[in-house]
Design a protein around this ligand. Structure first.
Ligand SMILES: C[S@@+](CC[C@H](N)C(=O)[O-])C[C@H]1O[C@@H](n2cnc3c(N)ncnc32)[C@H](O)[C@@H]1O
Length: 437
């Protein structure tokens, strides 16, 4: 995941969201009076929502989330933008429609949700979401991890084939480029689309919006999306392409064929402008397995950022009691001091680091596995590899990290001592454990 680019996008979305809402009039009254911002395509894709727990990914200002509540769902909306979530929360109270809105980077949110065991019957994302996400594998595995068995994920998105063209329909961009595309910032596409994206009636609002913050897009191809969902263990049950885009005037000369279904100019051949996918989580899911067996190899300098990212996501789950601020401070020390200093060994899966062990003589300074591939035997493999090289091993584990304590017990470690504070003197008990040669 490219956190820095996600953060840049947060600033860009904050600015754009305020401009977008300036065109939409009194949205509280619109929803209160029974208005809905949903299109028939997503309503059909989601099916009956009565009484279901629904997670709305990248919900922006919550108009669609609140419209989904109207269809009977209990909705939690997540978005990275402060402005969008503040607006959504206000809109919920102004419209009298209850929903929960949480501001977070989606990937951090998935980690937190997994840690507290939050699960949903439906997960939904629509219209301009995945192009903001730097890692589709993480996205799909995050969705699978918060779906109840038998639950369904529904996605309706703009078609990546259309993203090959610039606004004048000139082919200009690669299909599904591997690198993020830097743009001048999220634009005021609501102003460009008029009533199509302002069902309450378009108001002039902010004129000539210029976003001061650049943005970074990841234009995933259809195969990227489909394969990520399959790899996450979801079963794709529905896939459809549409020759129109709902509400969005992204290109010159688009015309409304009725109900906000925007078609290319008549002179153009028909092309797909949207697609929809529905995928379910099987009732009994085999754990998501790495596609190849882990290879254990010595650390290389270029592993540093990836290992630091694994350290942070695993620590957020194993050591949440330390708090986000302290974890971020420790992250710098891990990346800049501990990793270059320790005797590190990396478990690589599918050509990518998936976990590592850092040793100082026979002391296990750290053993961290990407939470996305937990259960694939990577931690066990790293410990056994270290034991085969060194024989005797020692480790110190936070007492509150019960699953780590249990992991070491199962690997033959026994408790040799305990202290009531950690190495920094913080009031978190630490258990010392050893395993004989
Ligand atoms: C085009 S909007 C989606 C519109 C949405 N379908 C709706 O109901 O209005 C894209 C949203 O993705 C959010 N976003 C971008 N990157 C994100 C991330 N890493 N995590 C969570 N939300 C993100 C943006 O803040 C923005 O609100």
């Amino acid at each position: 995941m490219q956190n820095d680019l996600h953060e840049a996008n947060r600033l860009s979305w904050n600015a754009a969201t305020a401009a977008h809402n300036s065109h939409k009039g009194d949205q509280g009254a619109f929803l209160r009076n029974g208005g809905s911002t949903l299109y028939p395509e997503e309503i059909e894709l989601l099916g009956d929502l009565a009484g279901l727990d629904l997670l709305h990914l990248q919900c922006n200002s919550g108009q669609d989330s609140l419209s989904l509540v109207r269809l009977g769902a209990k909705v939690t909306g997540v978005d990275i933008s402060d402005e969008a979530i503040a607006f959504a929360t206000r809109l919920s109270s102004e419209s009298g429609i209850a929903a929960t809105f949480e501001r977070a980077d989606l990937f951090h949110w998935f980690e937190g949700a997994r840690a507290r065991g939050a699960v949903f019957d439906r997960v939904f994302a629509s219209y301009g979401t995945i192009c903001w996400l730097s890692d589709l594998g993480l996205w799909a595995r995050g969705i699978a991890s918060v779906l109840k068995p038998g639950g369904r994920f529904a996605l309706i998105e703009f078609h990546p084939f259309a993203m090959v063209f610039d606004e004048t329909w000139t082919p200009r961009y690669d299909y599904a480029p591997r690198e993020p595309v830097c743009e001048a910032g999220v634009g005021d596409y609501v102003a460009a689309s008029g009533a199509g994206l302002a069902p309450n009636g378009y108001e002039q609002g902010v004129v000539d919006f210029r976003n001061p913050h650049p943005s970074f897009e990841f234009n995933w191809g259809i195969a990227d999306v489909v394969q990520a969902l399959i790899d996450a263990g979801l079963k794709i049950e529905h896939f459809r392409e549409y020759p129109y885009a709902n509400g969005w005037v992204g290109f010159e000369g688009m015309r409304d064929s009725g109900g906000g279904r925007m078609l290319p100019p008549e002179t153009m051949p028909g092309i797909p402008l949207m697609y929809a996918i529905a995928a379910t989580k099987p009732e009994t899911t085999a754990p998501v397995r790495a596609r190849s067996e882990p290879i254990i190899r010595p650390y290389r300098a270029e592993d540093r950022d990836r290992l630091a990212a694994i350290w942070l996501s695993a620590s957020r789950i194993g050591h949440p009691f330390l708090g986000e601020e302290r974890l971020l401070t420790q992250l710098e020390m891990v990346r800049d001091t501990y990793l270059p200093m320790a005797d590190n060994w990396v478990a690589e899966v599918d050509g990518r680091p998936a976990g590592f062990i850092g040793l100082i003589d026979s002391f296990v300074g750290g053993l961290f596995v990407d939470p996305e591939i937990h259960g694939a035997g990577i931690g066990r493999g790293l410990i056994e590899h270290a034991a085969a090289r060194l024989g005797h091993l020692d480790v110190s584990v936070y007492a509150d990290n019960a699953s780590a304590v249990e992991f070491y017990r199962r690997r033959g470690f026994v408790e040799t001592g305990r202290q009531e504070t950690d190495d920094e003197g913080l009031p978190f008990a630490v258990i010392h454990m050893s395993r004989a040669s």
